[in-house]
Design a protein around this ligand. Structure first.
Ligand code: SAH
Length: 350
């Protein structure tokens, strides 16, 4: 690690802010010492706000139909190899209920942008889960909708929403998405969600095709300024049936560095060690936690549909049932001295 990197890291640790150029410098000068020092600072905040506790979210991937055509994503509309499925309302509610019985106090309902589910359907699902388990937090992750729709879901009882911004650079956004999709709209959605009162999750892919160190630096600056309650990041991983099939996947090291920097930038943030991170390295999620992450999001979807929610190749945890997943994760987390807790897992200070 050079002197300048060390100085910048200390400055970040004191002020929680750097310029885009300074973030870029850190990314471009990453080495094992820098990774370790950033992780040390990150763990100090993780312990300050969350101790050794790791929160869980039970993920229900309820539809892989999608109207969008993101170049990187395996469930993009034009992928004719993708075997589509939709879970019924009662199936979705049952998954959440199973999750509750397994100790989850947050469920995340995620899907492609599938308008076969009307706003009324989504509201009914949310209301039913809240009626069954008033102390379960219902999080939605169903893409870009109108502010009116977001408000309706919120009024029905959904209190968190995950919508990764994907990249803070509109030019890179335009390379990752067809012209029908707009960076401005995505950013407006995030603002709408916050205004309504949701705990909001943003996030980005690390080393997506064409992404530069400057782009990543812009993502870090965005996190510093917007302060999402949660920030979901994972390596980009190629999918064989997309236009980006031949692009290289993101690396463990860059993802770990970003996790640590995000924890230092916004010490209270909820930071998942993602399935994508666990996919590129057998101990990826454990390393993510040791780099500052404090959330894991195991899958609650029925075994029969797991493999079909294929955003990228070789996704892990598509074979087990929910109950097995949680046992496996508990063991992984305790092997590194952390503990999975039965808790809704709000952002510290929310
Ligand atoms: N339709 C919802 C959910 C998207 S899937 C929405 O628009 O928010 C959840 C996340 O998976 C995406 O936001 C994206 O960041 C990530 N993802 C998609 N394809 C990926 C890939 N090939 N590699 C890594 N992450 C990917």
């Amino acid at each position: 690690m050079d002197q300048e990197s060390k100085k910048l890291l200390e400055e970040l640790n004191n002020s929680h802010s750097l310029t885009v150029e300074q973030y870029q410098y850190l990314i471009e000068h990453m080495d094992s010492q820098l990774l370790e020092l950033a992780a040390e600072y990150a763990r100090a905040y993780q312990h300050q706000y969350y101790g050794n506790k790791v929160y869980t979210r039970g993920l229900v991937e309820f539809t892989n139909f999608c109207r969008n055509n993101c170049y990187y994503c395996g469930i993009r509309r034009d992928n004719i190899q993708c075997e589509r499925y939709r879970l019924s309302k009662s199936d979705i509610i049952e998954c959440a209920d199973t999750g509750y019985k397994l100790g989850f106090r947050t469920t995340v309902l995620q899907g492609g942008e599938d308008f076969a589910y009307s706003d009324q359907d989504i509201c009914e699902i949310v209301r039913s889960i809240k009626k069954l388990h008033p102390d379960m937090v219902v999080t939605l992750s169903i893409g870009e909708r109108s502010k009116e729709s977001y408000q309706a879901y919120f009024d029905a009882g959904a209190s968190r929403y995950l919508l990764r911004h994907e990249t803070a650079n509109p030019e890179l956004y335009a390379k990752l998405h067809p012209a029908s999709m707009s960076w401005e709209n995505r950013m407006n959605c995030l603002r709408d969600l916050r205004e309504i009162g949701y705990q909001v999750g943003a996030g980005f892919m690390v080393e997506s095709p064409g992404q530069t160190a400057k782009d990543l630096a812009m993502d870090l600056k965005f996190v510093e300024e917007f302060k999402p309650d949660m920030c979901g990041i994972g390596p980009y991983i190629s999918h064989k049936d997309t236009p980006f099939a031949k692009e290289a996947s993101g690396t463990l090291e860059t993802t770990l560095l970003c996790l640590s920097l995000i924890r230092i930038i916004y010490p209270q943030v909820l930071l998942p060690a993602t399935t994508a991170l666990g996919t590129i390295h057998p101990k990826g999620r454990e390393m993510g936690i040791q780099a500052g992450a404090n959330v894991v999001m195991p899958n609650l979807s029925p075994g029969s549909v797991r493999k079909k929610y294929s955003l990228y190749d070789n996704k892990i945890c598509t074979g087990e049932e929910a109950a097995e997943c949680i046992v496996c994760l508990k063991n992984r987390v305790s092997s590194i001295g952390y503990e999975i807790v039965e808790d809704p897992g709000n952002r510290a200070g929310f």
